[in-house]
Design a protein. Structure first.
Length: 620
């Protein structure tokens, strides 16, 4: 019996055993609750009162995608393309939203900015995150600099980590194994391993949570080649969160985490051809912080602070090391007037430091204000302003205006129309200003403005469709030209359409679909598909068993004058989960790229072919 038969035999046997497990209520089955969104206003408001199209990846969505990475899950959402998420686990990720690039997409963890100051685009590496430690993800697209500052030009990804259990002691163990193979090398060896454990609880006024996770992947080369060379990827992470509720008004949390990733990568020969090499990339992140809240009548004072260190090393014929650190402080007051006016006034301070030929740094200190008006006759308005004070660039004013109007029905149905006009400010990175390659200290900051208009229709809790048009203008775009960074002299205009559908046409059947059209008016968009669509059909066979089939279409993408076109491709994925033993054990499995599609995600680099995965989660 060959290895291929062995693996599929194990998969079929596992699913068969799942079918005989004790029939109990699915831990992911919850009653339909009114959806609440936070990121677009920092207040927990009903979705119908939001003037933005907010993507909410809930706890249930995450539990029904176990075994996947954060980037894979986000890549299935409308308006987002994460280039490299379908490749070797050590592949760099490019996050593109609404025609923007990494530096225009801001990542928040529990509401506070995270970024690596030594990165060319000041981005945060999503590979540092483990999906098992995440409670939910919210994504808003368009300029959001009013609330979140520099970098929030095309999207904000707000990741909320898991909180402590209400029990005194609660432990969750999760483990999965899978293949890790390309389209041309379907050997079905077990080569990908993921494990995590989290212990948490509440002891009177004290809460605690500690988690450990690790990943090991082998079997897949980084670069496309005829050799049998494999590039190993490994990661481990530790998270600790301690909280104390002094009284009903005041609470304090302190946290820390450490992540270490090691990747074998491929590089270039003396003729700059991509070949198999013994290069390595190592990345360490350390982060500590605190969050506190003092509640008073109709309001609260909030303090979030974090300190992060990053240490990256490339081991190759052209070795390099990058060290950086940053401090982030966000202090703000929230107050609600008559359950109609939701106001926030705050101060956000950031210091970024990096080591290149010399130690370099810059600071940003921003006062900001935002308010939301929720009327009883359908009109809602979200508006705000921020004064960005940069140590090198002086002051820049950004603002947003986001009205919406809703017509409600008695059966929880509504029709909403919305629009927005917002601006953003993106500072050049320390690497672009003072780094070792092509630095230009005379760069001007990028400026963006986004216009958006759309509508949303909801019918009971069974159907919701959202559609919008956006137009984003870039000024002073930072580009690599010849041998260094320069500001583009022409403005760029990105425009597009986004459509999202969520439906439950019959009991137990769920359908989610989205479509995105994106283009630049002046030029081709690099690595951004003009058309992209996702479809997922899920079915609850019984209270304990859920299965889904998903489809993703990615249109042709422009790369450069040497690789003018990456061809379109389609992927089909299957997932199944089953709970047993009074919700104590959950089994899951899946097959990705069922049809073993041959395609390129990043030119010259391997992409994943058909792969299978099995795993379980144990709750004690």
């Amino acid at each position: 019996m060959n290895k291929k038969t062995n693996v599929f035999g194990v998969l079929c046997f596992g699913i068969s055993m799942i079918g005989f497990a004790q029939q109990q209520k699915d831990s992911t089955k919850v009653e339909q609750l009114e959806e609440v969104v936070i990121t677009d206003s920092r207040f927990a408001l009903k979705r119908e009162n939001s003037g933005k199209s907010v993507i909410k990846i809930s706890k249930i969505d995450i539990e029904r995608n176990q075994g996947r990475t954060v980037s894979e899950l986000i890549n299935a959402q409308s308006g987002i393309e994460i280039n490299g998420s379908r490749s070797n686990a050590g592949q760099n990720l490019g996050v593109y939203a609404r025609g923007g690039r990494n530096r225009q997409v801001l990542v928040l963890i529990d509401g506070i900015q995270v970024s690596d100051p030594s990165q060319i685009n000041i981005e945060y590496d999503l590979r540092l995150l483990n999906l098992n430690q995440i409670e939910s993800i919210e994504i808003i697209k368009g300029a959001a600099s009013t609330l979140y500052g520099s970098g929030a030009a095309s999207a904000v990804i707000n990741i909320t980590t898991k909180k402590a259990s209400a029990k005194k002691v609660n432990a969750i163990f999760a483990s999965s194994i899978g293949t890790n193979q390309s389209e041309s090398d379907q050997n079905y060896n077990i080569a990908d391993f993921n494990n995590s454990v989290a212990i948490s609880g509440t002891l009177n006024k004290f809460t605690y949570r500690a988690a450990f996770s690790n990943q090991f992947s082998d079997g897949l080369s980084a670069a496309i080649s005829d050799s049998n060379e494999k590039d190993v990827y490994s990661k481990y992470g530790v998270d600790v969160n301690l909280g104390y509720k002094f009284n009903n008004a005041f609470s304090l949390n302190v946290y820390g985490n450490f992540t270490d990733t090691n990747s074998e990568i491929d590089g270039y020969d003396s003729n700059f051809n991509l070949v198999d090499t013994n290069d390595e990339f190592n990345n360490e992140q350390s982060r500590v912080g605190l969050s506190s809240k003092f509640k008073y009548r109709n309001g609260s004072i909030n303090i979030n602070a974090a300190y992060s260190e990053y240490d990256r090393e490339f081991i190759s014929n052209f070795p390099s090391t990058f060290k950086s650190k940053n401090y982030v402080l966000d202090v703000y007051n929230k107050y609600v007037f008559d359950k109609m006016f939701y106001t926030i006034v705050g101060l956000n301070a950031i210091e970024n430091k990096a080591v290149f030929a010399n130690d370099v740094r810059f600071t940003i200190v921003d006062p900001y204000a935002n308010f939301v008006y929720v009327s009883d006759f359908g009109l809602n308005v979200n508006a705000g302003a921020r004064l960005n004070n940069h140590s090198d660039y002086g002051s820049h004013f950004t603002y947003n205006l986001n009205p919406s109007f809703i017509l409600k029905s008695d059966d929880d149905s509504y029709t909403k129309v919305f629009g927005s006009f917002s601006t953003s400010f993106i500072t050049p990175s320390l690497s672009q200003l003072f780094g070792n390659f092509g630095a230009n200290p005379d760069l001007d900051p990028e400026e963006n403005r986004t216009i958006e208009a759309g509508a949303e229709f909801k019918l009971n809790n069974n159907f919701r469709v959202t559609g919008l048009f956006f137009n984003r203008e870039e000024k002073n775009t930072v580009l690599w030209i010849d041998s260094g960074y320069l500001n583009a002299t022409d403005k760029l205009h990105a425009r597009g359409v986004e459509i999202e559908v969520n439906a439950t046409p019959i009991e137990k059947l769920s359908v989610t679909a989205n479509y995105t059209f994106t283009e630049y008016k002046e030029s081709l968009a690099r690595r951004i598909p003009k058309h992209k669509g996702n479809l997922q059909i899920g079915y609850d066979f019984c209270k304990t068993t859920f299965a889904s089939l998903s489809y993703q279409y990615t249109h042709d993408r422009f790369e450069n004058s040497f690789v003018p076109l990456l061809e379109s491709f389609s992927l089909f994925n299957f997932y199944i989960s089953h709970t047993a033993l009074k919700n104590k054990v959950k089994f899951f499995g899946g097959i990705d790229n069922i049809l073993n599609e041959d395609y390129e995600d990043v030119p010259g680099y391997v992409t994943k072919g058909r792969n299978a995965r099995l795993g379980f989660q144990l709750t004690l």
